[in-house]
Write a protein that binds this ligand. Structure first.
Ligand code: HEM
Length: 142
């Protein structure tokens, strides 16, 4: 049975999917495939929105989870977590602005902001997956 306790694994799948879509979308604009670039980026936005809903639902019902690793792993974990959290908040307006400029056909301005949105979005979604593994799999006792 699917329960709130299964949401972290769903969240990490959604994060990995959006990272892949952002990366693939980037490759497609590099070879001039505008329509596929557009589709991948819209797809990544939808997947990231689903992630946000699922993430908030999990934390509403479950609260926060304590990291159980010790020593160096704590320093690495919190460095990733803090950078991930700060950039995750910042990437939302960046994605919205990049998307609006792309959809309106304002490509010169789109490209200017997209060069920031692309790596930050990729960092946020891929570190989301790393955080999941560190918190729920690798360093979990019991
Ligand atoms: C938030 C979502 C998006 C991101 C992160 C993004 C990312 C990028 C990046 C990084 C580039 C520059 C590639 C390079 O270095 O040459 C680019 C270019 C471009 N994007 Fe997007 N994109 C997004 C959404 C869209 C959408 C919805 C469209 C709609 C058609 C679009 C159309 C284009 C076009 C036409 C270019 C080429 C601009 C040019 O070279 O003059 N993008 N995008």
């Amino acid at each position: 049975m699917f329960s709130v306790e299964n949401l972290p694994v769903l969240n990490s799948i959604l994060n990995a999917t959006s990272a892949i879509l952002v990366l693939v979308g980037y490759r497609f604009i590099k070879i001039g495939r505008r329509e596929v670039h557009r589709a991948c980026m819209i797809g990544a936005c939808c997947v990231s929105s689903l992630f946000l809903i699922s993430y908030l639902t999990y934390h509403y019902y479950h609260g926060s989870e304590r990291f159980q690793g010790q020593g160096w792993s704590r320093i690495i974990y919190f460095a990733i977590l803090i950078s991930h959290t700060i950039l995750a908040a910042g990437v939302v307006p960046l994605v919205i602005t990049t998307m609006v400029r792309g959809l309106k056909g304002n490509y010169v301005e789109h490209k200017k902001i997209a060069k920031w949105t692309f790596p930050i979005w990729l960092y946020v979604s891929s570190t989301g997956v790393i955080i999941y593994f560190m918190l729920y799999q690798i360093f979990r006792i019991q």
